[in-house]
Design a protein around this ligand. Structure first.
Ligand code: ATP
Ligand code: MG
Length: 139
């Protein structure tokens, strides 16, 4: 059965360009409830850990240094079928391929600086939520 939670980050460029409010509005308008949220900055060791599955890929170093380049907004989102519906809302990883009306189509500036993260499975949603938030920080 599809789970009800997903995890997202608004990535550094989108935060720096003042798109946080617009992106959160898109998330709320699509029916997601924010159950935890924080404005924070990843240390390099933390970013490497978060993206450990991509270690060794040609874009890994670029990705880690980008994700540490400024503050991010991390959040846990709740909705029926959350993972799949959120991936639809954010659109393709490559902004050139992202569908009209998606977050990445609107706000991504490149494949690396693609505005937002969205979990790719229920299992990873839980792992990623636990990476950023204790149980006491969820409402
Ligand atoms: P995310 O995990 O951030 O939601 P995704 O699941 O669509 O994105 P992944 O394959 O998990 O994509 O890649 C993680 C991130 O690594 C991407 O969001 C992107 O920032 C970066 N990335 C992935 N592939 C490339 C690539 N070929 N070139 C540059 N950056 C890439
Ligand atoms: Mg991914």
């Amino acid at each position: 059965m599809a789970g009800n939670l997903t995890f997202t980050m608004i990535k550094p460029t989108a935060v720096k360009n003042n798109h946080t409010g617009d992106i959160l509005k898109m998330i709320n308008d699509a029916g997601f409830k924010i159950i935890a949220m924080k404005y924070t900055r990843l240390a390099p060791e933390r970013a490497e850990l978060f993206y450990a599955v991509h270690k060794g890929k040609p874009f890994f170093e670029r990705l880690v240094s980008f994700m540490c380049s400024g503050p991010i907004v991390a959040a846990i989102l709740e909705k029926e079928n959350a993972v799949e519906d959120f991936r639809k809302l954010i659109g393709s990883t490559n902004p050139e391929k992202a569908e009209e009306g998606t977050v990445r189509k609107r706000y991504a500036t490149s494949m690396t600086e693609n505005a937002v993260h969205g979990s790719d499975s229920d299992e990873n949603a839980n792992i990623e939520a636990d990476f950023f938030f204790s149980k006491l920080e969820r409402y």
